[in-house]
Design a binder for this molecule. Structure first.
Ligand code: NAP
Length: 249
C-alpha cells in the first residue's frame, strides 16, 4: 500500500486548458484541495463544477492578485504550468512585444509566484515545486527564438532552486514534454492549422499523460525528487541532419 501524501493543498497555474486543466483533475483524484489559477472565468467555473477545484481568477503576471486570493492558505504543491508560444515567426521578424510576453509569462511569472509561496514551504519543511519546461528549452528549434530561451531559463532556474533548497525537504521537478496535443499554438498557428500540421496523422501525447506523470512524481516519497523528466511521443526525436543549400541573390 502506498504512503499517504504529506501534502494537502496544490496550486496549478494555466488551469483553463490543456496540461493545466488535466493536472487539476488528476490532483483532485489524489484527494488534494486544488486551487486552479486562470484568466477565463467560464473555464474555471466549469472546472469547479466538474471536480471541486477552487478558482483563482488571475493573470500569472499579477503575483499580488494570486497571493491576495490565497492569503492564509498553506500551499504544499505549486505547479507552474501556464505558458505561451504566441508566435512562430523567425526571430528577425518577431514582434518585439512577443519577446516580452514569452519571457514574462514563461519565465518571470513562475519565478515571482515561486518567490511568493516558497518561504512558507521552507518554513514548514514541506513542499513540491513543479515546472512545465519544454523540449524547446533543451535544444534549438526553428522559430522558437524567444520561447526556447524562456524555457531554457526556467530549466536552469529549477537547477538553481535545488541548490538553494538543499536541506529544506522542498522538491523541485521539471517536466519537459515534446509534442502534446493542446491549444498551445492557438495564436501561432491560428484556426485549424495546428490540428492539420501538428496533430492529424500523428500520435501526440495527450494532456492526461503529462498529468499522470506529474501525479506520479508527487506521489513518490518526499525524499525522492524527480528533478527533471523528459517525455516525448515515441514518434518524435530531437536533432537530426537538416541542411539547406545557399542560394545567392
Ligand atoms: N503542448 C505542447 O506541445 C507543450 C510542449 C512542451 C511544453 N509545453 C508547456 O506546457 C504548458 C501548458 O501548455 P499547454 O500545452 O497545456 O497549452 P494550452 O492548452 O495553451 O494551455 C496554456 C494555459 O496557460 C494559460 N495562460 C497563458 N498565459 C497566461 C497568463 N498570462 N495568465 C494565466 N494563465 C495563462 C492559458 O490560459 P488562457 O486560456 O487564459 O490563455 C492556458 O490555460 C506551457 O508552459 C507550455 O509551454 C507544452
Amino acid at each position: 500500500m502506498s504512503e499517504p501524501l504529506p501534502y494537502r493543498v496544490a496550486v496549478v497555474t494555466g488551469a483553463t486548458s490543456g496540461i493545466g486543466r488535466a493536472t487539476v483533475l488528476k490532483l483532485r483524484e489524489l484527494g488534494l484541495t486544488v486551487y486552479a489559477v486562470g484568466r477565463r472565468e467560464d473555464s474555471l467555473q466549469e472546472l469547479t463544477a466538474l471536480c471541486g477545484a477552487r478558482p483563482v481568477k488571475a493573470d500569472v503576471r499579477d503575483t499580488a492578485a494570486i497571493v491576495e486570493q490565497l492569503c492564509g492558505i498553506e500551499v504544499d504543491i505549486l505547479v507552474n504550468n501556464a505558458g505561451i508560444l504566441s508566435t512562430r515567426a523567425s526571430f528577425h521578424e518577431i514582434e518585439p512585444a512577443e519577446i516580452d510576453a514569452m519571457i514574462d509569462i514563461n519565465l518571470k511569472a513562475p519565478m515571482h509566484i515561486t518567490r511568493a509561496f516558497l518561504p512558507g514551504m521552507v518554513e514548514r519543511k514541506r513542499g513540491h515545486l513543479v515546472y512545465l519546461g519544454s523540449s524547446g528549452g533543451r535544444a534549438p528549434y526553428p522559430s522558437m527564438g524567444a520561447y526556447g530561451p524562456s524555457k531554457a531559463g526556467l530549466s536552469l532556474f529549477c537547477d538553481n532552486l535545488r541548490c538553494d533548497l538543499l536541506g529544506t525537504s522542498v522538491r523541485v521537478s521539471e517536466v519537459v514534454p515534446g509534442r502534446v496535443q493542446t491549444d498551445l499554438y492557438r495564436t501561432a498557428l491560428a484556426g485549424n492549422q495546428a490540428q492539420a500540421l501538428l496533430y492529424n496523422g500523428y500520435r501526440p501525447i495527450q494532456p492526461s499523460h503529462i498529468a499522470t506523470i506529474i501525479a506520479n512524481v508527487i506521489e513518490l516519497p518526499a525524499f525522492v525528487d524527480v528533478s527533471r523528466i523528459e517525455v516525448f511521443p515515441t514518434d518524435q526525436a530531437t536533432g537530426g541532419g537538416t541542411m539547406v543549400k545557399f542560394e545567392q541573390q
